[in-house]
Design a protein around this ligand. Structure first.
Ligand SMILES: [Zn+2]
Length: 60
């Protein structure tokens, strides 16, 4: 079984993990109801896309 010859240094480990940060998800505000929505997707709150009705959202 292969085993690393050298222990990974703190600097090398930290440099590798410099790219691991999470980026916040992008949202756009719905034109109709003002609800934050994923871009290029039907609004989950009112069921419209670019002002047109696509889905009927049932409320509980
Ligand atoms: Zn909406």
């Amino acid at each position: 079984m292969p085993v690393p010859k050298r222990r990974t240094s703190k600097a090398r480990k930290r440099k590798r993990r410099a790219h691991h940060a999470l980026v916040p998800i992008r949202t756009v505000v719905c034109k109709k109801c003002g609800h934050p929505t994923l871009p290029h997707a039907v609004c989950s709150n009112c069921g419209t896309y670019r002002g047109r009705k696509i889905l009927t959202v049932e409320e509980e």
